[in-house]
Design a protein around this ligand. Structure first.
Ligand code: NAD
Ligand code: ZN
Ligand code: ZN
Length: 350
């Protein structure tokens, strides 16, 4: 099979590789779409340490079942499927409580770190345990399915925020995740969603995707504008999707007393915490990691067009264009959102 192999940092090539053979509880999937994730781009140059070469990356994927292992039930060759990026053990305490994102033996498809290596979906075929796979509804395209991981991340961020409806919400950062958090907050019944970013083109998208009001700015300017718009009270909930000290600190200043700041962004490994503000204004800081069972809800919301993903897909390209797209994403070319690779059209003749 053809696969996009990271043979050393910053060196991606389409190579001929041995196709995997499904184990007892595994599906062999012929990949039809696989999104390039920000974490793949950060892994590609070695900066995150989570894609130790050699590795085939790719965890935001969908395709058709080619073959099933002898112990698999409920899936058959020809089925259209997608799968969770997290491989959870299913037996630890956390898995038992449905917190599969916190599994003690959690692995991620297309990741190689110190502890494990799992081949991913930038390839014609990959194998995954059947327990992480889902049947894809007919009205969901493979490209849309490649957005499911990001949509699930956003739905999880809203779920851990425990919205009950009627909340005013500020989303900080209108990138891929922020634009999905915006839509997830609307689905959860927010009364008003504000979106802040420093990039005007991203705010244009936020408006198109349902933001009630956008704020061009960060730091003190954002806080001032947010307090002006809420008559000094602040919003009920901040969904932070940048992950820098400046934006988290602004989020803490923009939330009302007793409100919640949900931390989804995590670019900075460490930030200074305005401790006394958090304590004396009784603010809840809530972390949110990946997703825990939100895939079916994500499929349903995309299929019903309650969450729109098509405007976030920049390009669908053959696997052979993968190295060039990684370079463009890595050099932070403006206006790029999700790039989806389709290994069925591997770009080679004969
Ligand atoms: N918790 C999770 O499970 C999870 C999952 C995926 C991504 N993430 C994190 O979420 C964050 C966002 O990811 P993404 O894919 O949307 O990234 P992205 O690059 O698409 O978007 C980031 C956005 O933040 C904006 N921004 C940058 N600096 C800003 C500032 N000072 N003020 C306001 N806006 C600013 C950028 O203009 C951009 O629109 C990242 O930190 C990523 O690591 C977390
Ligand atoms: Zn991802
Ligand atoms: Zn587990």
């Amino acid at each position: 099979m053809k696969a996009l192999l990271l043979s050393s940092y910053n060196d991606l090539q389409v190579e001929e590789m041995q196709a995997p053979i499904p184990g007892g509880d595994e599906l062999l999937i012929r990949v039809a779409a696989c999104g390039i994730c920000g974490s793949d781009v950060h892994g590609y140059d070695g900066s995150s340490g989570r894609r130790i070469p050699p590795i085939v990356m790719g965890h935001e994927a969908a395709g058709t079942v080619e073959a099933v292992g002898p112990d698999v039930h409920g899936f058959a060759p020809g089925d259209r499927v997608t799968f969770d990026s997290t491989v959870y053990c299913g037996t630890c305490d956390f898995c038992g409580k449905g917190m599969i994102n916190l599994c003690n033996d959690r692995q991620v498809i297309g990741v190689s770190c110190g502890e494990y290596r799992r081949a991913g979906a930038f390839a014609e075929f990959l194998t995954v345990p059947a327990r992480i796979a889902y049947h894809l509804p007919d009205d969901l395209s493979f490209e849309e399915a490649a957005m499911l991981e990001a949509v699930s991340v956003a739905l999880h961020g809203v779920a851990v925020s425990e919205m009950t409806g009627g909340e005013t919400v500020l989303v900080i950062g209108a990138g891929m995740i922020g634009l999905l958090l915006l839509q997830a907050a609307r689905v959860a019944g927010s009364s008003r969603v504000y979106v802040a970013d420093v990039d005007e083109t991203r705010l244009k998208l936020a408006r198109e995707l349902g933001a009630d009001q956008v704020i061009h700015g960060s730091g003190a300017a954002l806080v001032e504008e947010m307090l002006r718009l809420t008559e000094g009270r602040g919003v009920d909930l901040v969904l932070e999707a940048v992950g820098r000290e400046e934006t988290i600190s602004a989020g803490i200043d923009c939330v009302r007393k007793g409100g919640t700041v949900t931390l989804v962004g995590n670019i900075s490994p460490q930030i200074a915490l305005p401790l006394q503000k958090v304590v004396s204004r009784q603010i809840r800081l809530q972390g949110s990691c990946a997703s825990a069972g939100e895939y079916p809800q994500a499929m349903d919301l995309i299929a019903k067009r309650k969450i729109k993903v098509a405007p976030l897909i920049t390009a669908v390209a053959p696997l052979s264009d993968g190295p060039a797209w990684f370079n463009r994403l890595h050099s932070r070319e403006p206006n790029l959102m999700k790039v989806v690779l389709d290994p069925r059209n591997s770009g080679f003749q004969g």
